[in-house]
Design a protein around this ligand. Structure first.
Ligand SMILES: [Zn+2]
Length: 456
């Protein structure tokens, strides 16, 4: 509410007259002008004379959403043909779908996927994408391709390559090298992490390389944990321990780690995760779609003792939809789910991304925060206050209301169109590239990698 004297850049523009969600957790709502200076929010109050004004009366202005677990490489899979026997287990879904798609990706397809997925996310009001990438036949430089594409669109990102032994030791080593190379070079709107697929596709030796790389670069590890019971069974067979203990003994679990899913965890394993300070990412739509079960972190939220963020696991980039479905799934599991659930989950994602970017105010619209925000056309049928914001979020908001998107002070979506790319061109190129990708994928057999089967 106070002008930020610390800003060196003079205020240049203002979003005027909207209902502004200053913070999600705890919620704070005011009717005010949001004044921008450079890449920052200068103030939330009254716009000074002489700045460029954009009328936002009748809108709701919210902090940009963070997708804390995405797979942009899957963006061209929507509607792709499938001619094999239908998969009936999680492992078969990987063998017959995703581990065929990722091997069909070349550099051109990686770029087209990032462009399509990044644009979809931005248009849905997601301003930061935390991505987990795989393209086993185009590893070297793949993170640069994604970073350049997202920078062209104007999306903030945290990128990594998912290291795995499923395609052989050379590709595992190439994945580690790609992460290290990118971590050393990432700047601007992008940062790196050390990516790893999941315990069940990682040997002890490769896990050691992943952890060494993370330590030497000061990065956290972004990895799938206990998405399916197969991950736990494999960890027992490999190590005599569950996946959490195996990863913890290897040094993966730190306060910088990002653990996707956490579905098949016993209470003691959940406590062990919380004790490390790692952030968990729930992906409720993906878990339901794959029929792998419900993550207890989802309905417990911070009651589990850990930061719990939300991701799409590659099912688009719409965190309004993900937070709404996640809320309903949490309520189904436990009617006592805290009512701040959707807002707290999104705030946890922003806190994580903010730590990686060195931006502690990311996820707020407050003086000095990075100017990452979304203007929704939301002529509200009832008053919006801090106390009832969550009700509007769950029952009223939609990505279809996204009018403008600002990232680092730049208006990258204006009146529902990207200001950076020709959307018709992106659609046409995406369709052409998708058909090429699907044709290559058709020629690739199901993957023969199998998890080890131990004590479930
Ligand atoms: Zn995933």
């Amino acid at each position: 509410m106070v002008a930020a004297d610390i800003l060196e850049v003079a205020p240049s523009s203002a979003l005027c007259g909207g209902t502004v969600v200053v913070a999600l957790d705890p919620p704070e709502v005011v009717v005010a002008d949001v004044v921008l200076a450079g890449d920052r929010v200068a103030s939330v109050g009254r716009a000074p004379a002489g700045v460029r004004r954009r009328d936002c009366i009748g809108t709701l202005i919210v902090p940009g959403n963070v997708c804390a677990h995405h797979h942009l490489y899957s963006a061209l899979s929507r509607g792709m043909p499938y001619r094999l026997a239908p998969p009936v287990t999680f492992t078969e879904i990987l063998q017959r779908v995703w581990w065929r798609l990722d091997r069909a990706l070349d550099e051109q397809a990686v770029r087209a996927s990032a462009l399509r997925g990044g644009l979809d996310a931005l248009r849905a009001g997601t301003t930061t994408i935390v991505d987990h990438h795989a393209s086993p036949n185009a590893i070297d430089g793949s993170l640069d391709v994604i970073a350049e594409t997202l920078a062209e669109l104007g999306v903030r990102s945290v990128l990594c390559y998912e290291v795995s032994d499923r395609d052989g030791p050379e590709r595992a080593a190439a994945g580690v090298a790609e992460n290290l190379r990118f971590l050393a070079a990432a700047d601007g709107l992008t940062r790196g992490m050390m990516g790893a697929h999941a315990s069940f596709t990682l040997s002890d030796a490769t896990l050691e390389q992943v952890v060494d790389g993370a330590r030497s670069s000061g990065a956290g590890v972004h990895i799938h944990v206990a998405e399916d019971a197969a991950d736990q069974a494999d960890a027992h067979a490999r190590s005599g321990h569950g996946a959490v203990e195996r990863l913890d003994r290897a040094g993966v679990l730190t306060d910088r780690a990002l653990l996707a899913h956490g579905v098949h965890l016993a209470p003691a394993e959940m406590h062990a995760v919380a004790d490390t300070g790692a952030t968990v990412v729930c992906n409720p739509r993906s878990n339901m779609n794959n029929s792998v079960g419900h993550s207890p972190f989802n309905h417990l939220g911070r009651g589990a003792g850990a930061g719990v963020a939300l991701g799409t696991d590659g099912i688009g980039g719409d965190l309004f939809a993900e937070s709404q479905v996640g809320w309903f799934r949490a309520r189904e599991a436990d009617i006592a789910t805290p009512s701040d659930w959707p807002l707290a989950r999104l705030a946890d994602g922003a806190r994580f991304a903010g730590r990686v970017h060195g931006e502690p105010l990311l996820g707020t619209i407050s003086a000095g925060a990075p100017a990452d925000l979304v203007v929704l056309d939301y002529p509200t049928p009832t008053p919006v206050t801090a106390d009832n914001l969550v009700g509007h979020w769950v029952f009223g908001l939609s990505s279809g209301q996204v009018r403008d998107v600002v990232v680092a002070g730049d208006l990258v979506v204006e009146d529902r169109r990207s200001t950076r790319v020709d959307e018709a061109r992106v659609a046409a190129e995406g369709s052409t590239e998708a058909e090429r990708l699907w044709a290559r994928m058709d020629a690739i057999a199901p993957h023969d990698f199998e998890p080890m089967r131990g004590r479930p």
